[in-house]
Design a protein around this ligand. Structure first.
Ligand code: NAD
Length: 275
């Protein structure tokens, strides 16, 4: 699969398309990741809280693919923000890797005030070479500003809920201005909306001989976002990767932009306090 790399501000590069493994059942993740690698994915997005790092690690080891051809992301869970160094070491152990390509703070949890300390630990982890890049997830402008003001280190990415119904334009603009790459989670609105039945989208899809999911993913890709749609089905993995042989024109992009409704399916990052 011809998947382009995007540059990150710290000088590394990330495959623009990956496979996400949130809610892939324990016992199923190893096979799902093995299939993704088999069909050509090289970028896997996991997290300690997903409970499948060990399975991701086994699939990676079994694949025999050279480590430097793979891009592995994992995330620091909320209750570990005051023990990031240890939690990171535990993630590496479960993944059976000696480094990850990207390590993220999963949620800002502004009500606890621990993210800045965690960010300082991630900076040390990056300096040690065990994370090639570091970033954050679900951070709002104020959360990002605090880390940058206090440490001078700009997160390489912000992984946020982003899809046609929830476009976060102000936050995206802020990230773009500061060279923070946008990773869109829930890029297909988690399959929880009527998006794929909307007439304008169906018409665009038909015109290009693509599925509505492919058009929505292409809409992200043309805006330089990184996506890792989740699916456990091999045929959908292939479908979701066939994004680089067509292009949406300005009118088609605008028709999808017009779906903005401020609708999030995940938690509100300002109040999400789960530990
Ligand atoms: P998603 O938007 O990728 O939606 C996944 C769902 O879309 C699937 O369950 C399936 O129902 C449907 N789908 C997938 N491919 C399809 C296709 N080709 N045609 C029709 N339907 C299709 O949502 P997600 O899994 O929540 O997000 C992707 C990844 O983002 C996750 O797996 C995870 O790695 C990451 N994520 C991160 C956070 C965070 O807080 N950082 C939160 C949620 C997800």
């Amino acid at each position: 699969l011809p998947i382009p790399n995007l540059p990150l501000s710290n000088g590394t590069a990330i495959p623009q398309l990956g496979a996400g493994v949130f809610l892939v059942e324990p016992g199923e993740a190893e096979g799902v990741v093995a299939t993704a690698l088999e069909v050509g994915y090289r970028h896997i997005d996991t997290a300690s809280v997903y409970g499948n790092e060990a399975e991701v690690g086994r699939a990676v080891a079994r694949s025999g693919i050279a480590r430097d051809e793979l891009f592995i992301t994992t995330k620091l869970w909320n209750s570990d923000q005051t023990r990031a160094a240890d939690a990171f070491a535990e993630s590496l152990d479960r993944l059976a890797l000696d480094r990850v390509d990207l390590y993220l703070i999963h949620w800002p949890q502004p009500m606890f005030g621990e993210a800045l300390g965690a960010w300082k630990s991630l900076i040390e982890i990056a300096e040690s070479g065990r994370a090639s890049a570091i970033g954050v997830s679900n951070f709002e402008i104020a959360d990002l500003q605090q880390l940058m003001d206090e440490t001078g280190v700009v997160p390489a990415v912000n992984q946020i809920e982003l899809h046609p119904l929830h476009q976060r334009r102000e936050l995206v603009e802020f990230c773009t201005q500061h060279g923070i790459a946008i990773e869109a989670w829930g890029p297909l609105a988690q399959g929880k909306s009527d998006l794929f039945e909307r007439p304008e989208l169906l018409e665009i899809a038909q015109k290009h001989g693509k599925s509505p999911a492919q058009v929505v993913l292409r809409w992200h890709v043309q805006q330089d976002r990184i996506v890792f749609p989740k699916t456990v089905r091999r045929e959908r993995m292939i479908e979701n990767a066939e994004l680089f042989d067509f292009a949406l024109d300005a009118d088609e992009l605008a028709a999808i932009d017009a779906y903005e409704a401020g609708t999030n399916f995940g938690p509100d990052p300002r109040t999400f306090d789960a530990r």
